[in-house]
Design a protein around this ligand. Structure first.
Ligand code: ZN
Length: 80
């Protein structure tokens, strides 16, 4: 039995390599969610950590969950 590799969170650089430059930020307090342009953030930041720098625009809550906005991914070779 092979041991499971530890699951490390994806960094913004990894995410960009996959063609995604946006994050979906969801406020855990009011459930407001928005797509956020991650270009301004450093590549070594982990995706879940990016949310810690954000403040909800609706309730000013700071419990923000972030995940890659896969629906915005630009996939090379898929045509547009
Ligand atoms: Zn909120």
């Amino acid at each position: 039995m092979a041991p499971k590799p530890p699951t490390r969170p994806m960094t913004l650089a990894n995410m960009r390599e996959n063609g995604v430059r946006w994050l979906i930020a969801t406020c855990l307090d009011c459930k407001h969610s928005a797509d956020v342009d991650a270009d301004a953030l450093a590549g070594e930041v982990y995706v879940p950590e990016a949310g810690r720098r954000m403040v909800c625009s609706k309730c000013e809550g700071r419990r923000i969950e972030t995940r890659p906005a896969w629906h915005r991914a630009k996939r090379p070779g898929m045509g547009e």
